[in-house]
Design a protein around this ligand. Structure first.
Ligand SMILES: Nc1nc2c([nH]c(=O)n2[C@@H]2O[C@H](COP(=O)(O)OP(=O)(O)OP(=O)(O)O)[C@@H](O)[C@H]2O)c(=O)[nH]1
Length: 157
């Protein structure tokens, strides 16, 4: 029988808010990738937990939303863009002191509109290795997946 993948535990030494039975919070996350392979990182606004940490844009589902609906709404709210096709990529469970979150990472290769930082966040187009820090704990594995993607392509060509 396949065992469920255990969560990535962030800041394990800190107390967990909500105790052992806290609910899982679903989060839609967009990895916007340009044709040259650069991807977009944004910094968390000052009024949020892990303020100033770099992450991929996105946010929590609202009731009844699908991954695609939540991501389309969040990318418009945060960046002012209209997303085209959304490709579901990977999921990850992260146990933070403030919440237990399930991150639904999606690749977005196609969008329209100029980027606007509507939450006064900073942004950086990056490639591996990234030059911004600190990176949000739940975001670190994505950089490893992106690196693996590049390795796969290099192996083919
Ligand atoms: N957007 C985003 N959130 C991430 C990433 N990695 C990661 O662990 N998270 C976690 O997912 C959760 C997203 O919450 P959020 O506060 O950004 O969501 P939101 O915009 O809906 O917040 P709001 O309720 O304040 O409007 C946070 O617990 C954050 O730490 C990531 O790459 N992008």
């Amino acid at each position: 029988m396949t065992q469920p993948k255990s969560p990535l535990v962030a800041d394990a030494h800190e107390e967990r808010a909500g105790g052992p039975d806290r609910p899982v919070v679903d989060v839609a996350v967009g990895v916007l990738i340009q044709p040259n392979g650069d991807f977009l990182l944004t910094s968390r606004p000052i009024d949020k937990v892990y303020a100033g940490y770099w992450e991929f844009p996105g946010g929590k589902f609202e009731p009844g939303e699908s991954v695609e609906q939540a991501l389309t709404r969040e990318l418009h709210e945060e960046l002012g863009i209209q997303t085209g096709q959304i490709q579901r990529w990977r999921e990850e469970l992260v146990d933070y002191p403030h919440a237990l979150v399930r991150l639904h990472f999606c690749k977005v290769l196609d969008w329209s509109g100029e980027l606007q930082m509507r939450e006064a966040q900073s942004f950086a187009w990056q490639h591996i290795p990234v030059t911004v820090s600190p990176i949000l704990p739940g975001t670190v594995p994505v950089l490893q997946w992106l690196a693996a993607d590049i390795g796969w392509k290099n192996a083919l060509f």
